[in-house]
Design a protein around this ligand. Structure first.
Ligand code: PMP
Length: 776
């Protein structure tokens, strides 16, 4: 260890006149001198083109030599990186030793003043954050083969030496802050220290902060300066050093870090251990800053530069703690592990070309792209999705990524299993059995048998085959604007998709429980009206000489417009259908896996046990996996005639995904979150109704919300255009929602269940602003 450490030595004290003289005499460069900021050296701008660097008297000359050699190496390996190559002295040396009377002897160098200006983190676009990520990685890559003996010195800004600073914890007042610091240090000792010896190490810059970067007006990096913290240490330590600066005064620290890591890993992918420790390394860097600052403030109470870093470090530490050290580490690891994404061509022209190609090859029968200005999304995380420009959109629409987009546990479960084995249910495998056991354990007694398929449509199709087999009947009953899927049989049970006016023969409809428009509600006893409606429905069937095999109900009536009827209404619909011989199929493709916030399954509220439950969508968080859950006796009836097999249904990978989803729902308490955030959101949107007469009705359960927009609060006349414009305006402002219902005038708000209260608040404030703008 070199002692005294340069951090403990006072910075040089040359005057501007000294600097002018040295520049002229040693380097032959004339110009006025202007002092620049430095922590422990002294820097002067000389004229318009140069910087005179005066090293700290305690600086090891070997270190200065190392810096200059490193810059030369970088310029050689990656000439496009804008680094400052030193100007030789008049006698041809790289560096000069000058003695200033009354001050001491210092090493001096003259480097070019690079173009560009300093910037602040708040001013950075996603593109420049991404670009900085690539610059940091390119620097490290250029230094990969570099060696210099001075790189082995001990510098306290090298995080591997953080334990040497632990003793300064005593300088922090006892209290919450000290406890937070101790927590970060304890995690560092426990997780980082044991891993460090085996981590990739080399000479790194170790200080690519915004203080040491220059950018042009487009945010492109035009200069990388100050190689004074270089050290031979863990490669990954460049990342916390830069993030410390980029995350300063930013709210969305994980988002910013993700964009940065996206850039970094596109050049240098991280190893697993590096990715896993990122959170602790950032916290470690904050602790290091706080401790160095506390120590040096005591020594040099007047140096504001030192102190200026301490408060932001505390703030960032507190942000990490607020997210949770574990959780933030997990999110950063996920961000860093993602394979490098090079799809950043972007631009509206590129998207238009892609749309044209899409149209040519995917045909006109495919549903159109969402939104007036379609989205080109490239990644997702939590409740957010990001487009080709790195812009984030809060996803308040998609119910499939129920535990959050690309949840690392689900990703890992899929990856691990697909790397091991993927076959089918004709071979023994734990996953499929475990998943079936897990699912039946969540169902009412008797629902003890699971049959695996690949989509909600297939699940309903299989349910339909079971129902016709058991009942011998030929007709399905659905609500009048339902959607249940795409197979030939199930498309018939999806009135919202029927070619206009054509009701297929094998289906009959009953009204959806739309109490806002009066269905089942114009009496003291909606349940008896429901019974009467079902009896009438069955009667219409009978007139056509048909009998009902099944009543299919989407437990949140999503396509009908999202309704929450009194349990007795559904119970009576089911009872009357059963009286006519039908089975009750609870379609949980939308409502299942905790969305309603009451329990795992939406039907649990009705107090009726279904004969068949169909699952899909959320089940694999995006991986195709779906299921039919029924009673053994019903499956036996099919078995007496034929057997059932689906090639991909219930394969080990699909089941690994579904098992991970169930685990995450439980471990992250997502059902309780759906209930709490959903209730808050519903109430907050209901409050908007007071200011926006177009908000006619706010309804739903958990995180399935419907906001019906009307032109007149008395007549409830649907405001279809307004709903479409609201949806598009929300998209423009970065919040994704949909519309639903026969008239398309109900906003459908259906975010992943991991959405947080602050994110839900963004939905409300954005909706408020959009309705205000649209004069609604
Ligand atoms: N049932 C319901 C209630 C649905 O909403 C959907 C899909 N929107 C389906 C079934 C069909 O699911 P999939 O698209 O996975 O076939």
């Amino acid at each position: 260890m070199t002692m005294p450490d340069v951090l403990d030595a006072p910075p040089p004290r040359l005057s501007s006149a000294d600097a002018v003289r040295v520049a002229a005499e040693v380097f032959g460069v004339r110009g006025a001198a202007r002092a620049l900021v430095s922590e422990r050296d002294q820097n002067f701008a000389i004229g318009d083109g140069w910087v005179l660097k005066v090293s700290n008297a305690a600086e090891d000359p070997g270190v200065v030599e190392m810096e200059m050699a490193a810059v030369a190496r970088i310029a050689e390996v990656d000439p496009a990186l804008p680094v400052p190559l030193a100007r030789p002295t008049l006698d041809g040396g790289a560096v000069a030793r000058v003695q200033i009377a009354g001050i001491g002897t210092h090493l001096v160098r003259l480097i070019p003043l690079l173009a560009g200006r300093h910037t602040s983190s708040g001013a950075l676009t996603d593109n420049s954050i991404h670009a900085i990520g690539t610059v940091v990685a390119r620097l490290a890559r250029a230094l990969r083969g570099f060696f210099h003996p001075a790189a082995g010195r001990v510098i306290l800004w090298d995080q591997q030496h953080l334990p040497r600073l632990f003793r300064h914890t005593a300088l922090i007042e006892p209290g919450a802050r000290r406890r937070l610091l101790q927590l970060a240090l304890a995690r560092f000792s426990e997780r980082v220290l044991p891993a460090l010896p085996a981590m990739r190490s080399q000479v790194i810059h170790n200080d690519v902060t915004l203080d040491n970067l220059l950018v042009d007006s487009a945010g492109t990096v035009t200069g990388i300066i100050d190689f004074g913290d270089m050290a031979h240490t863990a490669l990954v330590l460049d990342i916390p050093a830069t993030l410390q600066s980029l995350l300063r005064e930013r709210d969305d620290i994980v988002g910013v870090a993700t964009t940065f890591l996206d850039g970094y890993t596109s050049v240098l992918p991280l190893e697993d251990v590096e990715a896993q420790l990122l959170g602790d390394l950032i916290a470690g860097r904050m602790a290091q800053t706080i401790l160095i600052s506390a120590h040096r403030t005591r020594e040099y109470p007047d140096n504001d530069y030192i102190r200026g870093w301490s408060e932001p470090a505390w703030a960032l530490l507190a942000q990490l703690e607020a997210i949770g050290f574990e959780e933030s580490g997990r999110r950063l690891a996920a961000a860093a592990r993602r394979p490098a994404r090079t799809v950043r061509a972007g631009g509206w022209v590129a998207d238009e070309q892609l749309m044209a190609r899409r149209g040519r090859v995917l045909g006109s029968a495919l549903e159109p792209l969402s939104y007036q200005r379609p989205l080109h999304l490239v990644r997702g995380e939590g409740a957010w999705m990001f487009d080709t420009h790195g812009r984030g959109y809060l996803d308040a629409y998609n119910n499939v990524p129920v535990v959050g987009h690309s949840h690392p546990r689900v990703v890992e479960a899929i990856a691990r299993q697909v790397a091991t084995l993927n076959t089918n249910t004709r071979y023994l495998h734990e996953n499929v059995v475990e998943l079936a056991e897990h699912l039946t354990a969540t169902m009412p007694d008797g629902l003890d048998t699971v049959m695996f398929v690949n989509s909600g449509s297939e699940a309903n199709d299989l349910a339909w085959r079971l129902a016709t087999t058991v009942t011998g009947s030929d007709t399905g009953i659905v609500t009048d604007w339902a959607y249940h899927g795409v197979t030939a049989a199930i498309a018939d049970f999806s009135p919202s998709e029927w070619p206009r006016g054509e009701q297929p023969p094998g289906v009959e409809t009953c009204p959806a429980p739309d109490s806002y428009h009066g269905a089942y509600a114009d009496t003291d006893s909606p349940a008896s009206v429901a019974r009467a409606e079902m009896i009438a429905t069955v009667g219409r069937l009978a007139e056509r000489g048909r009998r009902p095999a099944a009543l299919l109900i989407d437990s949140t009536f999503t396509s009908d417009g999202i309704f929450v009827p009194a349990p007795a209404v559904v119970a009576e619909l089911v009872a009357a259908a059963r009286d006519a011989g039908a089975l009750f199929v609870a379609d949980e493709v939308q409502a299942g896996f905790g969305r309603t916030g009451d329990e795992m399954w939406g039907f649990s509220r009705w107090g009726v046990s279904p004969d068949i439950v169909t699952l899909g969508k959320a089940m694999g968080n995006g991986h195709p996996v779906a299921a039919v859950v029924t009673r053994a006796g019903i499956a036996d009836r099919m078995a007496s005639q034929t057997t059932f097999f689906s090639t991909f249904g219930g394969n080990p990978v699909a089941c690994a995904a579904a098992l991970a989803v169930l685990d995450v729902i439980e471990d992250e308490r997502l059902i309780a979150n759906a209930e709490a955030v959903g209730a808050w959101l519903r109430a907050a949107i209901a409050d908007l109704a007071a200011r926006h007469p177009a908000v006619g009705d706010v309804r739903g359960r958990g995180l399935m919300l419907g906001v019906e927009l009307v032109t007149d609060p008395d007549s409830h006349e649907p405001a279809r255009d307004l709903a479409a414009r609201t949806k598009d305006e929300m998209r423009e402002r970065g919040v994704l929602i949909g519309t639903t219902g026969r008239n398309g005038n109900t906003l459908k708000i259906r975010p992943p269940l991991c959405i947080r209260r602050d994110e839900a608040k963004l939905i409300v404030t954005t909706l408020d602003a959009v309705l205000t703008e649209l004069g609604a």
